[in-house]
Design a protein around this ligand. Sequence first.
Ligand code: SF4
Length: 369
Amino acid sequence: MACKGIYVHIPYCSVKCPYCDFVSVTRSVVDPEEYIDLLLKEAQLYKDLEVRIETLYFGGGTPSLLKPSQIGRIVEGLSAVFDLSHLEEVSLECNPRDYSYGDFKELLKVGVNRLSIGVQSFTEKGLKVLGREHGVEDSVRTFYRAREAGFENINVDLIYAYPNQKRGDVEVELEFVERLAPDHVSAYMLTPHTSTPLGQDILGGRVSVPQEEELEEIYRTLWKGLKAIGYERYEISNWSKAGKRCKHNLLYWKMEEFLGLGVSAWGFYGGKRYANLRNLVGYAKVLSEGKSPVEVEISLSERDILEERIMLALRLKWGLSDDLWRYIPFHLHGFFDRKGDRYGIKEEFMLVANEIIAEVLSALEKSYR
Ligand code: SF4
């Protein structure tokens, strides 16, 4: 199996959002130019690997804190190490406010062809509670700027079930989505890690998030609304227009191999999952000494692979093939739809998809005893 994708982690953020536990730094403990040198040095460690790179994904952190020319330097540097002639999709996560029309033009020139804009909410109320720096108008302006510059594949990231969110707020989100017509929508339920400030507030009862009926109402409004305006859900948290599914993320869900470059990045190749050091200074130090920044390496057994395949397949709309269906306990069959020889969790049960997945895995675990 050859590696089909590369994930590049850009660890910079201008402020730390109160719900986020991704590895990012708010000041340049390592200068971005130096960081790019380190990324390319790390890429060299994999130069002999069998690859057929189809997707490249810049995630973070906030990749849009790098100048387009710096993104271009990374793409060019990677093309000197790997054969990128099969590259189909180059995605970049971008925060509203970061790029001008000219920047978007330049990004297209250096090969970026898909943007993922960190809108999070089209309501000022949502942005405030999520501690975001931008306003709704910034998101709208950024979206139109990118379109006018020529981006034909744009995702907007949304967060739902934030504190005090009501059904009417979701309707506002949907109105904006309909008006802007992005090609793809990722909508994630707010689940802040308990170590984050927002997680602490929720845990301490100072802030409450929608629960049970309210949560269900928000969720139903969202998926029904997205469906009504032409989006097809293809994964628990992802909707797209025809032909605009995220190819890079599909690699993860289909358990294809990919490289992860950068501080805290994850990768999967040769039947092993690996994770890089999470500390930027430590990452810089080992690479400048010519060593590998891999901190954790896990070889997957046949059983691990089966469990992961089932878990990932259950995330996708028609992800479960006939050969995996036999692992679904009989009492859970009512949660599934069938299409030909494929199965998927019914739309109305997607809100409890994680619980269904956990139950399938627990039944599998018991079958081993
Ligand atoms: S949510 Fe995004 S912008 Fe905010 S701190 Fe996390 S990585 Fe940075």
